[in-house]
Ligand binder design. Sequence first.
Ligand SMILES: Nc1ncnc2c1ncn2[C@@H]1O[C@H](COP(=O)(O)OP(=O)(O)OP(=O)(O)O)[C@@H](O)[C@H]1O
Ligand SMILES: Nc1ccn([C@@H]2O[C@H](COP(=O)(O)O)[C@@H](O)[C@H]2O)c(=O)n1
Length: 228
Amino acid sequence: MREPGCIAIDGPAGAGKSTIGEHLARRLGYLYCDTGAMYRAIAWLALQKGIDLNDGPTLGKLAEQNTILISKPEIADGRQYTVIIQGHDITWDIRSTQVGRAVSPISAHPQVRSILIAQQRTIGLQGHIVMVGRDIGSVVMPDADLKIYLTASLRERARRRHTEMVERMGEHNPALPSLEEVMSDVERRDNTDRKNMQPAQDAIIIETDNLGIEQVLDKICHYVEGNR
Ligand SMILES: Nc1ncnc2c1ncn2[C@@H]1O[C@H](COP(=O)(O)OP(=O)(O)OP(=O)(O)O)[C@@H](O)[C@H]1O
Ligand SMILES: Nc1ccn([C@@H]2O[C@H](COP(=O)(O)O)[C@@H](O)[C@H]2O)c(=O)n1
């Protein structure tokens, strides 16, 4: 009987990767690693330092010279984990609209990707881990034992993200973006991420438009069982 050492969950923004990844890791007693948080941490730092988003070499150096620490949540404020860079707890800052808009162009630079991919591979090789991102099954952990590619229509992914914002910010908050604004942000991100977001050839593709969180989890657990 073989335990999958690494389960890769990839897919576009709002497909449910982090929700499903965290639940799955908890069910299996595995580590959980959200690689998007690493790209977001570099984007946050680049914005702080006013670095040009088109300057791949400088952004690559920024990634190389700054350690991103991702640890257990400790603070009970709804976070999945704590992210620290240069001594700052940026767990919530990396979820801002500004970081959301800067992260895709920054992640598109090969100089940034090569640094973060190497770090992610080191994390993944520890085993007994669920890793979520865009290119885990295709590039970071091509030998992952199970590769899932979660997806849903643009409208459904934007709807989910918008619902989450309404819950967090309140329905009448003037800063709350409209569903259409959320949808164009998600679409812009899809377009920039596309090149680095192809499902691995051996990935199992799960369309989640008509599946709830529990149903998606059950489906994946079925494949995990099949792998044992
Ligand atoms: N199958 C599902 N059905 C309904 N809602 C879902 C489903 N999966 C996730 N959600 C909800 O959709 C929202 C987005 O999910 P999540 O943050 O996990 O997506 P993601 O793929 O990690 O996105 P991103 O790449 O932008 O971080 C969350 O509010 C989550 O609760
Ligand atoms: N493996 C990955 C993970 C993420 N990215 C880039 O980071 C952005 C933010 O990711 P989220 O999962 O937090 O939405 C994403 O839009 C990608 O640009 C990546 O390139 N590879």
